[in-house]
Design a protein. Structure first.
Length: 115
């Protein structure tokens, strides 16, 4: 699972890690602007979504997230970080045209974003 992202927001270049309780992800809106959205739902954070920062694509396809009405969005990042089996972090650069896809629940759009 992706544990960190590197992206540009305005003039700032940000490196954000999921373990940070204030972690955000850049989301490309339908108007073409970038909005920073909370990454996942944390313990003691209000809302109805599960406490996690990710939703596996196969679980979305299997319908396990249907009750949350997942909607695909584009996450424009320059690179992302994953840890290998030994726990060593590796950064992977993306081409400018690529983006991540995540899902969020429309009703809680202001409360958080789910992977």
């Amino acid at each position: 699972m992706c544990g960190g992202v590197y992206f540009q927001h305005g003039e700032d270049v940000l490196r954000i890690f999921y373990p940070n309780p204030k972690a955000v992800l850049p989301v490309l809106t339908s108007e073409g602007t970038i909005k920073l959205i909370a990454w996942g739902r944390r313990q003691k954070q209000p809302g109805n979504l599960p406490m996690t920062g990710w939703a596996r694509l196969d679980s979305i396809y299997a319908g396990r997230w249907d009750k949350y009405f997942p909607t695909p969005v584009k996450i424009p990042v320059l690179s992302f970080m994953e840890k290998d089996l030994e726990g060593i972090s590796h950064w992977y650069d993306l081409q400018k045209v690529n983006t991540f896809r995540v899902y969020w629940q429309k009703k809680e759009m202001n409360d958080g974003c789910m992977w």
